[in-house]
Ligand binder design. Structure first.
Ligand code: PMP
Length: 356
């Protein structure tokens, strides 16, 4: 039986994407060859790369607006390093918003390059909220934020107006909701949540912000090199990119981001309503900052843990425990998660209530 997979990443993808990707591993486009054994420079794979890059920009409404899309390797974690390398000027500074573990990881890397100003942090409150009152220095080379905090279950619903280039780690909510993406100058996202398997990172970058640092950038870390080589500077992660491409096609065929956002809103509303109604549970993040992708919650009385775990496991639910650093529960309800699975989780919570 297929499980209801609430894992935070790698995570659920549409079933038809799994099937098409599996087929391509066996026989890619009727070629008699596996996707995994053909050259990345073959006509068929070059077409996949081109279409995936085009589709990513199209879905975000960024076609013809001076942006490039890249599919690179190294995870979002490598972008923590690649961003300052490409954007922080030699004696310049960067501004960061500290909203969670991953934001803090990005700050740590930036500090190796230069003056890294943390404009605000919710660390002292265990990252339960998104700071809102802060000032971004006008002379910063860029401002970096994390749109969705996968571990703590908070999400940014507004972004600062600033003249400084805005960089955003959208690893755990890209393609889940409509934003004016042209307000961002650089977006990056590890594929393994809303887009595909682990192994590739989507980077969307406005070309005009590059080439201004006065720094010698090693080729593999230089966004310009990757743009010039059409995301094929070195052998790309063919399987991860092809599967991401299939997911982007699925998204387009199913109405794009706007339709997806409505479904995501409904799923999140259903689950948060139960967390707030059920006397045995409580949410962990500030109500106005609650993530619609990663819903974090606790049992008010930990004595019910064993019983609750037994109930949800019996219903075929998987991947519900919170991140190892915070505990509790985390239901990741990415694009591919059907509302029916969220309903099964709600029923598990109600069954616990009836049983105590
Ligand atoms: N940023 C965010 C918001 C994440 O959720 C994660 C991974 N869960 C990362 C960065 C790190 O990504 P990766 O493991 O792809 O390096």
């Amino acid at each position: 039986m297929k499980k209801h997979n609430f894992s935070a990443g790698p995570s659920i993808l549409p079933q038809e994407v799994f099937e098409k990707a599996a087929q391509a591993v066996l026989d890619f486009k009727g070629s008699g060859l596996s996707l995994l054994e053909i050259s990345h420079r073959s006509k068929d794979f070059v077409a996949v790369m081109e279409e995936a890059r085009t589709l990513a920009l199209e879905l975000l409404g960024l076609t013809g607006k001076g942006y490039q899309a890249l599919f690179l390797s190294g995870g979002a974690s490598l972008e923590f390093l690649r961003v300052p390398y490409n954007l922080m000027t030699l004696h310049g500074k960067a501004a960061y918003l500290d909203t969670g573990t991953w934001a803090a990881g990005a700050i740590k890397e930036a500090k190796q390059f230069g003056d890294t100003i943390v404009v605000a942090s919710s660390k002292a409150d265990n990252y339960t909220y998104i700071p809102k009152d802060y000032t971004i220095p006008e002379d910063a080379d860029y401002f970096h934020c994390t749109s969705n905090n996968t571990i703590f279950g908070t999400q940014m619903f507004s972004f600062p107006e600033t003249k400084v280039p805005v960089v955003c780690d959208m690893s755990s909510d890209i393609f889940s909701r409509q934003l004016d993406f042209s307000k961002f100058d650089l977006i990056y996202a590890g594929a393994q949540k809303n887009m595909g398997p682990a192994g590739t990172t989507l980077i969307i970058v406005k070309e005009e912000i590059l080439g201004k640092t006065g720094r010698q950038i090693p080729n593999i870390l230089d966004y310009k090199q990757h743009i010039d080589k059409e995301s094929m500077y070195n052998t790309p992660s063919v399987f991860a990119i092809y599967t991401s491409y299939l997911t982007l096609q699925w998204l387009k065929e199913n109405g794009g981001i706007t339709v997806m956002e409505k479904k995501n809103d409904a799923k999140a509303a259903l689950l948060y309503a139960e967390i707030d109604r059920n006397p045995l549970f409580q949410g962990t993040s500030n109500a106005e900052d609650r993530s619609k992708m990663n819903v974090t919650f606790l049992l008010k009385d930990e004595a019910h843990t064993e019983q609750f775990d037994k109930i949800w496991k019996a219903k075929g639910i998987s991947g519900l425990p919170g991140h190892r650093s915070v505990g509790g529960y985390r239901a990741s309800i990415y694009n591919a998660m059907p509302i029916e699975s969220v309903q099964v989780l709600v029923e598990a919570m109600q069954d616990l209530e009836k049983s105590v």
